[in-house]
Design a protein around this ligand. Structure first.
Ligand SMILES: NC(=O)c1ccc[n+]([C@@H]2O[C@H](COP(=O)([O-])OP(=O)(O)OC[C@H]3O[C@@H](n4cnc5c(N)ncnc54)[C@H](O)[C@@H]3O)[C@@H](O)[C@H]2O)c1
Ligand SMILES: O=P(O)(O)OC[C@H](O)CO
Length: 365
């Protein structure tokens, strides 16, 4: 079925083919076959690479229907077509799913600007933010502004490998205005094992997904130091409070109940127990902070990317430029540990600091 033969049907393209990108393509591909409103074919952009066998990853995906590097052992669906060319991937599409690691999205958008259909809707599955000279920018707004498109977000307690095996999980779809568009996205993703709830709070949903990766780094430090469950629970509680306070300072419109959706407390729990950020941060602490994250990431994740370390830096830059350090001691400490300024054990000592301002309160005039 060619897109030009059925102009009224929605045509989906997935931009990104890592661990979560491949699972997203699998979920979507099952639904484009199920629902008549979508074209069957799902084109997935592959940032191509040569495998140890000498073959191109995109060719192997098309021959085997499996992303052998980022999601081995899982069939994506025969209607998923891997495409190493970004422009042919999006050429006919009017539903674009962005799912690259966050550090690459700016470059991808620059290449796409002016090359899209006029009726494009976008959704971001990317957990991260960008800090530019004029301040922080959520990834959905980078996509929105650079491409002139509306952009929803989909976040949640979604460890990709578990969803690939069709184990039940939930996700939160954040939208700003158009409920009909949000419902179309929900229909594209939802399956009996992947429950999607749409809420009108795009910034809140995206900030939850972004900031929980920073807290997961702290949870990994606690695990690496073998501090036990009480310390880990304390770090997660303090982290959730800082997530909420930071989100509300950036966007006062962020809704309180968003933190109780899958994108909030549930993703925090999933990531602090089962995620890659936790795992690599644990190794960092076991090595006493002596082996840099970049080295551990390359060794342990085999091409998959951490988001929490760079997000911790981006959050730190926001705290610094706004003089917010006093209100976010955990976020501040996490970044300082990541860059080696203080040891991993500082993760539970930051609260013991005595600030000059607290001493002043006791002085008698
Ligand atoms: N993996 C998960 O469990 C999971 C779940 C939910 C959300 N997410 C989020 O989804 C986003 C994507 O994560 P992922 O797991 O699909 O990716 P990943 O961690 O598997 O990253 C690897 C991908 O990055 C690509 N890449 C490498 N260099 C590139 C470049 N210069 N330009 C463009 N692409 C390049 C690789 O080709 C590969 O597709 C992240 O923001 C992540 O936080 C991940
Ligand atoms: O593996 P992580 O730490 O990147 O986390 C994966 C997902 O974001 C969990 O929802």
């Amino acid at each position: 079925m060619k897109a030009e033969e059925f102009p009224d049907k929605y045509k989906v393209a997935v931009i990104g083919s890592g661990n979560w990108g491949s699972v997203a393509a699998k979920l979507i591909a099952s639904n484009t076959l199920n629902y008549n409103i979508f074209h069957d074919e799902v084109r997935m952009w592959v940032f191509d690479e040569t495998l140890p066998s000498g073959e191109k990853l995109s060719n192997v995906i098309n021959q085997t229907n499996i992303n052998v590097k980022y999601l081995p052992g899982i069939e994506l669906g025969r209607n998923v077509i891997a495409d190493p060319d970004l422009h042919t991937t999006v050429r006919d599409a009017n539903m674009l799913v962005f799912v690259t690691p966050h550090q690459f999205v700016d470059g991808v958008c620059k290449r796409l600007a002016g090359k899209l259909r006029g009726d494009v809707e976008a959704i971001s599955l990317i957990k991260g933010m960008e800090v530019k000279v004029d301040g922080p920018h959520m990834i959905s707004s980078v996509i929105s502004k650079q491409l002139g498109v509306n952009c929803c977000v989909l976040m949640g307690a979604n460890i990709a490998d578990e969803i690939a095996e069709e184990k039940f999980s939930e996700a939160t779809l954040g939208y700003s205005e158009n409920k009909e568009v949000a419902e179309r996205w929900a229909r594209l993703f939802a399956t009996p094992y992947f429950a999607v709830t749409a809420i009108q709070d795009v910034e809140g949903v995206e900030l939850c997904g972004t900031l929980k990766n920073v807290v997961a780094i702290a949870a990994g430090f606690v695990d690496g130091l073998d501090m036990g469950s009480n310390s880990k629970a304390a770090i997660m509680r303090i982290g959730l409070n800082e997530m909420r306070a930071f989100s509300k300072r950036l966007f006062p419109s962020v809704r309180e109940d968003t933190f109780f959706e899958s994108c909030g407390v549930a993703d925090l729990i999933a990531t602090c127990f089962g995620g890659r950020n936790r795992k690599v941060a644990e190794a960092f602490a076991i090595h006493g902070g002596k082996r840099p994250f970049k080295e551990l990431e390359a060794e342990m994740l085999q091409g998959q990317k951490l988001q929490g370390v760079s997000t911790a830096k981006e959050v730190y830059e926001v705290l610094e430029s706004n003089r917010w350090f006093d209100s976010f001691p955990l976020f501040r400490t996490i970044h300082e540990i990541c860059i080696g300024s203080i040891p991993p054990s500082a993760i539970v000592h930051y609260k013991a600091e005595v600030h000059p301002s607290s001493l002043q309160q006791k002085s008698v005039s």
